[in-house]
Design a protein around this ligand. Sequence first.
Ligand SMILES: [Zn+2]
Length: 261
Amino acid sequence: MNPIIDAHIHLDLYEESFRKQMLSELDQNSIIHLIAVSNDLNSCLKNLTWSMQEQRIKPALGFHPEQSLPSKEEAEKIADLIRRYEKHIVAIGEVGLPYYTRQDHPEIHVPPYLDLLEHFLRLANELDKPVVLHAIYEDADLVCDLLEKHQINHAHFHWFKGSPSTIKRMINNRFFISVTPDCLYEEEIHDLIKQYPLDLIMVETDGPWPFDGPFEHLATHPKMIHDSVRKISELKNQAIETVYDLLYKNTVKFYRLNRNE
Ligand SMILES: [Zn+2]
């Protein structure tokens, strides 16, 4: 079985027993690393602790944008952790803008979210860390503005969706995207994969987020990435071995995983 990396997973959102089971099944599924992104301070602390117990867990610290803004104290504590564990963490994330929350609550003010994001981007620049972004459709353009302003190109837009012009802009900036198991059944994602250069793509689950199609009623597990790779090789019309190799190398390079071992 070819080696894979889950480039975006929320380990702390899994039920404890399933998380433990999943972690015990990494070898049998050739899962070499998990990029464990954080939602809030609590989640940062959990990911840090687990990453010290299991080398394959590579933590990213941040504050997820699809929730109320953190208190000043919480945001400062997260920044302190990022600085303190600078050498141990692989990235800053998950950070970005509240796209889905705004669909239900259009009254939400975006500027404070942009400020928080900018605070994390400054930190990423200062510490030379990659950023993991939650920014889709129109929000991706706002985030591109900020990244360009801060001259950051080490950016990963996870589960990206956007217009053809945004896709073009992202490719020009050489920003990375990652695709989830929904690439097996979402037309929109098929088109994205066909357009996006393979050397800028990674694979992820965003677990425990559940999927449909062949994954309906299944608990999301990083091993599903093997199916995603097969689908990507089909859409790109490239040999599966080549695609496995490239996706793996992209992720190792982007998250500088060799340096941390
Ligand atoms: Zn996520």
